[in-house]
Ligand binder design. Structure first.
Ligand code: STL
Length: 402
């Protein structure tokens, strides 16, 4: 991957395919006036196992690296905990490490050099005295409503919201200062937090950063949604080919409808950009569908627009589109799965981050007792939980109901 050095070309690459850029002038100033590499970070909260949607931000990280940026990946472990305990403290450090493995494996698989990529675990600096004081200082210039609104699209919305949901956005704003960056990148769902950061950091003596936002890309579920409750709507990065094909086959794919179609979106936002990165050339695209001879034989496309046109007209059927996209996903995930299968450390960290739930039998027993393990009156004789995750779920349910 050759590094781009012309400031105008760097800016074009940094902002390529984004939905929105706020304060692009800050970026231009760094590149054109200060003439130094742009410092940019992307944060992710290590909650559930990363799925195919992760390719979308990875492609932008590739653009940033190609533009010579100093790129930081924030593994926001405390945020994963603060967002309704999506990651229990007992496993969050393993999940952060697992996310690092996955991010590196994805980038390697698409031919991106990662030597220059910096990984920072949130709790490594977010528990410092200075950071803590900054939370307090920010909490004295922002209202509860400001914080609530900032987190509205990011923090899981529940019936009885926890205080942690107000702390979450404040910390994300502070991360910009404490990671020493010029710009933060994220999905358009982060917009309210980004705007809040721009509006408030100056009140505690810190500078405003630029913000880069990716579009939200439709998934494979109903209406292009990815949902935690529908396992078919998400394909794990380490999913087996058989499972990939099964999930793609069950994907929501309305005949003739291009808008919100997760399979076509995958071609547009993942397959094409990766082909462009690999070729070092824009506009390249080749998509082959291995259709059996008895249904008319192989089909090939050289642009996403042609895929869209043929799908809209009915010339390309959902069945054929699914088969072709499934092949693409299988091929993209193959080297990542191979890396996982060849690395015992990678496997170990996955097992530690995502301990398997206990067998159903025990679950039934618990129901009869109707008391959580951590219920104040619980006797010492109670069996300790096999899965931390499950206990956390129970505590959460108890809270929501109570
Ligand atoms: C998620 C899912 C996702 C992004 C994030 C969280 C972002 C978290 C974050 C936390 C702290 C920061 C920046 C970003 O400073 O796609 O659950």
């Amino acid at each position: 991957m050759s590094i781009v050095t012309d400031p105008e070309e760097q800016y074009r690459l940094i902002t390529k395919n984004l939905q929105e850029t706020l304060n692009g002038q800050i970026i231009k100033n760094v590149l054109e006036v200060e003439k130094r590499p742009l410092k940019i970070y992307w944060g992710t909260a290590p909650t559930g196992k990363p799925h195919c949607g992760y390719f979308v931000p990875m492609i932008k990280l590739a653009h940033f690296l190609k533009a010579g940026c100093e790129v930081t990946v924030l593994l926001a472990d405390l945020h994963a905990f603060l967002d309704n305990m999506k990651a229990p403290l007992e496993v969050v450090n393993f999940r952060a490490k697992y996310y690092e493995y996955i991010v590196k494996a994805i980038l390697r698989s698409i031919g991106v050099p990662i030597e220059k990529l910096r990984f920072v675990v949130g709790s490594s600096y977010q528990l410092s005295q200075q950071y803590t004081m900054d939370i307090f200082r920010l909490s004295n210039v922002m209202t509860q409503n400001d914080a609530k609104r900032a987190g509205a699209d990011v923090v899981k919305q529940v019936s009885n919201p926890l205080l942690s949901g107000l702390i979450y956005p404040l910390m994300q704003a502070l991360d910009e200062e404490h990671l020493g960056c010029d710009a933060q990148f994220g999905g358009i769902d982060q917009r309210k937090i980004f705007v809040m950061a721009e509006e408030n950091l100056h009140s505690i003596g810190y500078k405003k950063r630029a913000h880069l936002m990716n579009p939200m890309v439709p998934g494979l579920g109903q209406g292009g949604k990815m949902s935690a409750s529908d396992p078919n709507s998400k394909i794990d990065i380490l999913e087996e080919p058989k499972q990939i094909r099964k999930k793609v086959n069950s994907a929501f794919c309305a005949p003739g409808e291009v808008e919100g179609n997760g399979l076509i979106a995958f071609l547009e936002y993942v397959v094409q950009p990766i082909q462009e990165l690999k070729a070092g050339k824009e506009g390249v695209f080749s998509f082959e569908i291995n259709r059996p001879e008895k249904y008319g034989g192989p089909i090939s496309f050289d642009s996403v627009d042609k895929v869209k046109a043929d799908y809209a007209s009915g010339d390309l059927s959902p069945v054929d589109l699914k088969a072709g996209v499934a092949d693409q996903i299988v091929a993209l995930l193959e080297p990542i799965k191979a890396e996982f299968d060849a690395d015992p450390e990678f496997q170990k960290i996955q097992a530690q981050g995502y301990p398997v739930a206990q067998p159903k039998k025990e679950k039934k027993e618990k129901k009869v007792k109707n008391k959580g393990t951590f219920y104040p009156g619980a006797g010492k004789s109670q069996t300790p939980p096999a899965s931390v995750e499950k206990v956390t779920e129970e505590l959460k349910d108890a809270k929501l109901e109570g």
